[in-house]
Design a protein around this ligand. Structure first.
Ligand SMILES: Cc1cc2nc3c(=O)[nH]c(=O)nc-3n(C[C@H](O)[C@H](O)[C@H](O)COP(=O)(O)O)c2cc1C
Length: 327
């Protein structure tokens, strides 16, 4: 049985990859992920503010740090003496020590400091870059076209500064989301990751305040991931990678049936341990065996939405049917 897939032009031995998170921040964990059978790992993200810090403190170039507001102040308060050179040296060690592909990850919201560092990912042996374009619709003064313009400028620019394949990771709120994602898929990005989750706080109702949300309490919306992949997988260029809500082997199979090329796991590994990757892989293989599939491509997209141009009408039928059948 062959579970290999092609993602961002790279051959992976399984579609199960580890999404960017705290666990992918060090070599020991990444070696365990490799041993457990992960197809690839996406390294813990560097935030745009951290690149700005490096420019301001370790170079003679001016950095526009004021555009990040409090987020920059926070990074500055914890990053005393931090050097991006050290980070890339560490990343180099990781890519040399493991045989599975390592992808860089950058969380960006503008066309500022981080672009100067993109080439470094290539030089230290990353096989691709995932841009977590964390533009969210929270600002009253930001319009949909402002957001779309930034996406388009970032994509045009990044292609000029690296020859690595680029994936974009999106949040799940956009105006005209189906059209927007389709258009994005045609603008030079090789894969789109659906979705990044929004970090929210826990409400402490006894002390009437917000508190950090423990990871095990994050509510992951697999339904939303599956719905969008199913709607868009036949309508987009390049591939879609399913993130958010993948907890076990069945979820991996569902995402592939919906049309994802790969699946990304993060919080599931916090809950069940890194070795859970092996359990997911076994479940995938056993299911393929039961259904006589020898390769992944034989079943990817079998449950992608048919007639996705009229997805709203199809969703309406589902809504009506489920309400009538409930009575
Ligand atoms: C503890 C934690 C840290 C994360 N850190 C990052 C990060 O550095 N960069 C990023 O793009 N996504 C990050 N994520 C988001 C995950 O990559 C993923 O998109 C999200 O958790 C949904 O997938 P899941 O349901 O498998 O957790 C993080 C998630 C968790 C739980």
């Amino acid at each position: 049985m062959n579970t290999s897939v092609k993602y961002l032009g790279i051959q992976l031995k399984t579609p199960i990859i580890v999404g960017s998170c705290g666990l992918t921040g060090n070599l020991d964990n990444i070696l365990r992920m490799q041993d457990a059978g992960a197809g690839a790992v996406i390294i813990k993200t560097k935030f745009e503010e951290e690149f700005a810090y490096d420019i301001k403190h370790n170079t003679t170039t001016l950095a526009r740090t004021e555009i990040y507001g409090e987020a920059y102040d926070y990074v500055e308060s914890i990053h005393h003496g931090y050097q991006m050179d050290d980070y890339f040296a560490e990343l180099n060690k990781i890519t040399e020590a493991v045989s599975i592909p390592v992808l860089g990850s950058i969380n960006c919201i503008s066309l500022e400091s981080w672009l100067n560092y993109v080439k470094n990912y290539e030089l230290v042996g990353c096989k691709a870059i995932e841009l977590n374009m964390a533009m969210r619709p929270y600002d009253i003064l930001t319009t949909a076209s402002d957001v779309e313009r930034t996406f388009s400028q970032v994509l045009q620019t990044i292609k000029r500064v690296t020859s690595l394949p680029v994936a974009i990771k999106l949040g799940s709120c956009f105006t005209d989301m189906a059209r927007f994602i389709q258009q994005l898929s045609w603008s030079g990005v090789q894969s789109i990751t659906l979705f990044d989750t929004d970090v929210w706080m826990a409400m402490d109702i006894e002390n009437i305040r917000y508190a950090p949300m423990p990871i095990e309490h994050h509510i992951e919306d697999l339904d939303s991931t599956l719905r969008w992949i199913s709607i868009l997988s036949k309508k987009t260029r390049g591939t879609l990678s399913a993130a958010t809500g993948i907890d076990n082997g069945d979820d991996v199979i569902k995402a592939l049936l919906a049309g994802a090329s790969t699946t990304q796991v993060s919080s599931s590994l916090y809950r069940h341990g890194i070795e859970h990757i092996t359990t997911m892989q076994k479940a995938l293989e056993q299911w393929m065996q039961r259904h006589n599939f020898e390769t992944i491509e034989q079943f990817v997209g079998l449950l992608a939405m048919k007639g996705a141009d009229n997805a709203s009408a199809r969703m309406r039928i589902h809504a009506i049917k489920s309400l009538f059948e409930e009575e």
